[in-house]
Design a protein around this ligand. Structure first.
Ligand code: HAM
Length: 420
């Protein structure tokens, strides 16, 4: 096929039968997060570029190197959203959601865009599911948010490892003081670092912990760690988060080299990693961003959230092969007269909330039975002339093979009972 008619590099079509797993994941997100008091929010696919420059930070790789930024016909600089936290805070401020009860608890799901080098689990358009709790600084909300991420992933068939850290707050008594120590150490050990990482010392020294260069990774084993330089308040906060997670049985590993790639993070930072994904093993990440609201011109609002990569969850999930919902009943019509009846029966079932399908191409019974198997239906409802005359249908269990005759008017009730 001509290249012009293929999806652009780094993007994916979501087509059946896989698309059913996407829907199921989105549905399960809605159930899990609304049940914990998070309301759905949707923001535009593009934002004013400044939202990300000021929110996420110009020194971050995402803003500096990966954004799809364009100037529209009105001369405005717009950017396809590379992440959801800055837009969600922007929207909370714009709609003054922070004037109500705090924290404002929101969840979202949808596509995001980063011009990265594509590989398995890393795409230019990908989907995230995320939650944000805006306007609360108690360790209780950190623990709530983290427990939700872990539970949601487990429900999706992923067994994640939770990596936890605190990166303190931007003050000489805390992270700023640590950065001075770190930069001093890096200058002393510059020869031990890979060439590409040396320039980061002055721009974004923390990112050197994320280097993929073996030489740098080895050297950084001896680097000073943020956890040894937290101020008393941040240390106490971090300890309490850990205690609360233990209280609810959420296991974690403290990873003092975990720094996260977006500049807004403060205090709690975490990542969820899973096997089977190769180098792109983070299925999700998040943390506190206590200064983001102010960076966007709002009041101080300590906040925390996470985003999970849907593409990676589905790659990492043990595929159950079970289809969620969908067609439960296939209505088979034998003969001309039964065809209209099949349409009516399928419609009645659908109206009663039972997934149903029938043949619109008037095939012979054999073809319809094959289609019934393919559809994933648990039952076939078979209608021929005899059934029509007696106002009955034949109900066949497609897995076990048993058949029974059911009165036409009893069909919905019978199926509802058998479903339980
Ligand atoms: P992030 O770590 O940049 O955080 O992204 C979160 C997750 O999105 C990653 O762990 C990964 O699963 C998925 N993801 C990111 N980039 C790609 C890609 N190119 N291809 C496929 N999947 C990808 C954030 O975006 C923050 N906004 C999370 C957050 C919310 N922090 C606080 N609140």
């Amino acid at each position: 096929m001509s290249k012009d008619f293929q999806a652009p590099k780094g993007t994916n079509d979501i087509v059946p039968p896989d698309s059913a797993r996407w829907l199921a994941l989105a549905r399960s997100a809605e159930e899990t997060f609304t049940a914990a008091g998070y309301d759905y929010v949707e923001t535009p696919i593009f934002e004013h570029t400044e939202v990300f420059e000021r929110g996420v930070g110009e020194a971050s790789e995402v803003v500096g190197k990966q954004m799809y930024t364009f100037v529209d016909r009105g001369g405005r600089s717009l950017t396809l959203r590379p992440e959801g936290t800055a837009p969600v805070v922007r929207t909370a401020l714009e709609h003054r959601l922070d004037r109500g009860a705090l924290p404002v608890k929101l969840f979202y799901a949808g596509p995001f865009f980063r011009q990265e080098r594509p590989q398995k689990g890393r795409y230019r358009q990908f989907s995230q599911i995320g939650i944000e709790a805006i306007g609360a600084d108690d360790p209780l909300i950190d623990a709530e948010v983290i427990e939700l991420a872990v539970r949601f992933l487990r429900g999706a068939g992923v067994q994640p490892t939770l990596l936890l850290n605190s990166i303190g707050h931007l003050d000489p008594s805390c992270r700023r003081g640590y950065l001075d120590v770190l930069v001093g150490w890096l200058r002393d050990h510059v020869d031990a670092l890979a060439e590409d990482d040396r320039a980061k010392i002055d721009v974004n020294p923390l990112r050197i912990f994320d280097s993929k260069e073996q030489r740098t990774i080895d050297a950084m084993q001896d680097a000073p760690l943020i956890t040894d330089h937290l101020c008393d308040a941040c240390r106490k906060h971090f300890d309490e988060v850990q205690t609360l997670l233990r209280d609810v049985g959420v296991g974690f590993e403290v990873e003092p080299r975990l720094v996260r790639g977006l500049d807004y993070y403060t205090r709690t930072a975490f990542e969820l990693v899973a096997g089977g994904l190769g180098s792109q093993n983070a299925v999700g990440g998040g943390g506190r961003y206590d200064g983001l609201s102010e960076a966007l011109g709002g009041p101080p609002l300590a906040s925390i959230g996470f985003a999970l990569g849907m593409d990676r969850i589905l790659l990492a999930a043990e595929s159950t092969g079970e289809r969620d919902g969908g067609v439960e009943v296939y209505v088979v019509a034998i003969g001309e007269r039964a065809t209209t009846e099949a349409f009516k029966v399928a419609t009645d079932l659908r109206r009663a909330g039972i997934g149903a399908q029938f043949d619109v191409t008037r095939r012979a019974m054999k073809g319809q039975m094959k289609d019934a198997d393919r559809s994933g239906a648990a039952w076939a409802v078979i209608i021929g002339d005899d059934e029509l005359d007696a106002a009955q249908v034949t109900l066949k269990d497609l897995k076990g093979g048993e058949q029974q005759t059911v009165g036409r008017s009893d069909l919905v009730r019978t199926l509802e009972e058998r479903r339980r």
